[in-house]
Design a protein around this ligand. Structure first.
Ligand SMILES: [Zn+2]
Length: 252
């Protein structure tokens, strides 16, 4: 009798332990499921369509670190890389308003429009809101916030024709895992660097829309198309020399 009582306690303890482990790993796998920055890569596409994914990273890659902001030292580097597509007609984009962080909801439309117009005014126009919840090839140029992996600030997806190189659809997803803000234009590094500036990151992402690729060399760090950013940073709002050269080359 005494022995079976002890066995019952041992069995009960093991059951509690197993339930705890299961709860913890369950939470982790749900967390991993959110990290689907590139899930669109697994979607089937027509043979004629290819996809490029541009992932924007924190300047210092550490989990849960917004990156180290550095003031501009030389935005006169005259370098750009092209993706291969040209925009030749108007592009209508759609915001999933239900995903926008509440603290920036009041100004997000104007900030996104300013970011587009920094490249080409009159080329991009805002259409009605969309309910699209993830990047996918669906004929909707969608902008949304979504929880992505820890080493991602934002992602732009570009679907284009394998034969003509013509871009067919563009989506941009900002990482809801991190805080977002709308800072002032100056200084380059704001006093509360605990959030990413929407205009700073959006201007970079929309550079991909117009056909510019990421730059990764250290000397290119003050250009809008540099592939890394930091919390509090706003210098990508303004195009550097190489960005302007690229824009002029891609003028529709
Ligand atoms: Zn990029």
């Amino acid at each position: 009798m005494k022995l079976s009582w002890h066995l019952l306690i041992v069995f009960f303890s093991l059951a509690v332990l197993a339930a705890t482990i299961s709860a913890v790993t369950g939470a982790q796998s749900r967390d991993d499921d959110d990290d689907d920055d590139e899930s669109a890569l697994e979607d089937p596409l027509p043979d004629s369509v290819d996809l490029r994914v541009f992932i924007h990273r924190p300047r210092v890659i550490k989990p849960n670190h917004l990156g180290t902001c550095a003031t501009t030292s030389n935005a006169n580097v005259d370098h750009f890389e092209e993706t291969g597509w040209h925009l030749d007609g108007p592009i209508v984009w759609h915001l999933n308003r239900s995903t926008v962080p509440k603290n920036i909801a009041g100004s997000v439309d104007s900030v996104l429009n300013v970011s587009f117009n920094t490249w080409f005014s009159g080329l991009f126009s805002q259409g009605g809101d969309t309910r699209v919840k993830r990047a996918k090839f669906d004929n909707v140029n969608a902008i949304m916030w979504k929880k992505l992996g820890r080493s991602t600030i934002g992602v732009t997806f570009a679907w284009f024709s394998r034969t003509t190189g013509e871009v067919l659809e563009l989506d941009t997803v900002f990482n809801k895992r991190y805080p977002w803000a709308i800072f002032a234009n100056a200084p380059d590094c704001q006093s509360s660097p605990d959030a990413y500036d929407v205009q700073n990151i959006a201007t970079h992402e929309f550079g991909h829309w117009v056909g510019l690729d990421d730059l990764i060399e250290e000397e290119e760090k003050d250009l809008t198309m540099y592939g890394f950013s930091a919390g509090g940073e706003v210098k990508k709002r303004t195009l550097g020399r190489g960005d302007i050269s690229g824009k002029n080359d891609l003028e529709p």
